[in-house]
Design a protein around this ligand. Sequence first.
Ligand SMILES: C[S@@+](CC[C@H](N)C(=O)[O-])C[C@H]1O[C@@H](n2cnc3c(N)ncnc32)[C@H](O)[C@@H]1O
Length: 196
Amino acid sequence: MILAQNAKGTITALDLFSGSIDKLNATAGKLGLQNRIKGLVGSMDNLPFQNDKFDLIWSEGAIANIGFEKGLNYWKGFLKKGGYIAVTYESWFTGERPAEIEKFWVDAVPEIGTIGHNISIMQKTGYTLVAAFTLSENCWLDNYFIPQKTRQEEFLQKYAGNKTVETFIAYMKREAELYIKYKQYYGYVFYIGKKL
Ligand SMILES: C[S@@+](CC[C@H](N)C(=O)[O-])C[C@H]1O[C@@H](n2cnc3c(N)ncnc32)[C@H](O)[C@@H]1O
């Protein structure tokens, strides 16, 4: 919605889950943006688009689902020459970090790397780097971990006694605790590239 309100052109939005896409299409309708935003259900590693179609591909917090290098390589085919890619991706801020946080993130995102490493992947896969910058802490705290607390309690109550839900929420709480403890070592970084 923010992209549509700040840029001209039409937007195709894609996610694996139909519930999210239904919500997105409904919000676009409420804001009078239904002619400029079209939500599709699909997988980011099997896109139903023509080559050289898009001016911009924008993906926040999602490329790790198929891998940073694989995603950059595959999505490049759908960009026009000179088109832009803008992705956020979990990244290490330092060359070394404590074993506890290293293990947590390597288990979650095995190919997680430093900012320098990720920039080199972007260059290797056929983009010039336009910008790389870290998202501020409040993106994680004010917009994610803090509002999540109430939702977690609601979810636990809704599925009281469900072990899968309890394990899932315990994992999310651990992620938040580790962020507070180790946030100087990692975070989301925006990588913006231009297709050569
Ligand atoms: C961490 S969320 C980020 C969502 C949103 N971009 C944001 O910043 O709030 C990751 C999203 O990727 C979607 N996703 C995961 N695997 C996917 C796939 N293979 N194809 C398309 N979407 C996928 C999930 O459904 C989820 O909406």
